[in-house]
Design a protein around this ligand. Structure first.
Ligand code: Z5A
Length: 211
C-alpha cells in the first residue's frame, strides 16, 4: 500500500500523514512515513541544498535535484518497503514536481513526466490525497516559520501550483482525491479515512481487516 499527501505548504500534510499512519497501525499494518525531498542521507543532503542553500538554482537544476533525491529514495527505500508489505505514506512524491516545477515554474509538463518516470521507475501511489486549502489560510497556519527557498516564490507562483494540482486531479480522478482541508483537523481526517476505508477495507469485516 502506497499513499501520498500533496498540497501547498501548511495544508496539513505532515499532520495527516501521522494520523493516517496511526489508523493503519491500528488495522495491523506496519507503516513507514517518508517526506520528500528526503528519506535517505543522500536525499536529505539534497533537501538542504534545495530548500536552504543560497546557490540561486534555476528551475532546471531544481527539477533535476528533486528527481535525484526521489530516485535514491525510491530505489533504496520505497521499492523495498512496498515489496515487504509495509504501508508507505509519503508527505509529497512526484505530483509535487509536476505542480511546482511544471505548472509553477513553467517547465514543459511532458518533460516533467519523463523525469518523474525515470526517478520512480513507474511506481505510483495507490491513492494520493490532495489537501485543498486557500493560500491565505495555508500562509496563516505556517506564519511563524522561516520561509524556505521555494516558499519565497510568492503568491502568483502558488496560484499556478494550486491550478496545477487541480489539473493533476482532473487527469487521474481514480488516484488523486481532492480533500477540502479548510475545516478542522478532525473534519479533514474523517474525509481521508472514508476514502481509505472505501479503497482498502470495503470488503473486509471489522474483525477481519488485519493484514
Ligand atoms: N517541492 C518541490 O518544489 N518539488 C518537489 O518535487 C518536491 C517538493 C517533492 C518542501 O517543503 C518544499 O519542496 C515545498 C515544495 C517543494 N515547498 N514549498 N512551498 P517542506 O517539506 O519543508 O514543507 P511542505 O511540504 O511545504 O509543508 P509543511 O510546512 O511541512 O506543511 P504541511 O505538512 O502541509 O502542514 P502541517 O505541518 O501538517 O500543518 C501546518 C500547521 O497547520 C501545523 O501547525 C498544524 O497543526 C496546523 N494545522 C493542520 N491542519 C489544520 C487544520 N485543519 N486547522 C487548523 N490548523 C491546522
Amino acid at each position: 500500500m502506497f499513499i501520498t499527501f500533496e498540497g501547498i505548504d501548511g495544508c496539513g500534510k505532515s499532520t495527516h500523514t501521522k494520523l493516517l499512519s496511526d489508523f493503519l497501525n491500528q488495522k495491523g499494518y506496519k507503516t513507514l512515513i517518508l517526506r520528500e525531498p528526503g528519506g535517505t542521507d543522500f536525499s536529505e543532503k539534497i533537501r538542504e541544498i534545495l530548500l536552504t542553500s543560497d546557490f540561486n538554482l534555476n528551475p532546471e537544476i531544481e527539477l533535476l535535484l528533486f528527481e535525484a533525491a526521489r530516485s535514491h529514495l525510491t530505489q533504496n527505500v520505497i521499492q523495498k518497503e512496498l515489496e515487504s508489505g509495509t504501508a508507505v505514506i509519503s508527505d509529497r512524491y512526484f505530483d509535487s514536481t509536476t505542480a511546482y516545477q511544471g505548472y509553477g515554474r513553467g517547465i514543459n509538463i511532458d518533460l516533467i513526466k519523463i523525469c518523474n518516470y525515470l526517478a520512480t521507475k513507474g511506481i505510483k501511489p495507490d491513492i494520493t490525497f490532495y489537501l485543498d486549502l486557500e493560500i491565505e489560510e495555508a500562509l496563516s497556519r505556517s506564519k511563524d516559520r522561516i520561509l524556505d527557498n521555494i516558499e519565497k516564490s510568492g503568491n502568483n507562483f502558488f496560484e499556478k501550483v494550486v491550478e496545477g494540482y487541480k489539473k493533476i486531479a482532473d487527469e487521474e480522478p481514480e488516484r488523486v482525491i481532492i480533500i477540502n482541508a479548510n475545516g478542522t483537523i478532525e473534519e479533514t481526517y474523517n474525509q481521508i479515512i472514508a476514502h481509505i476505508n472505501k479503497k482498502f477495507f470495503s470488503n473486509t469485516s471489522s474483525n477481519n481487516n488485519e493484514k
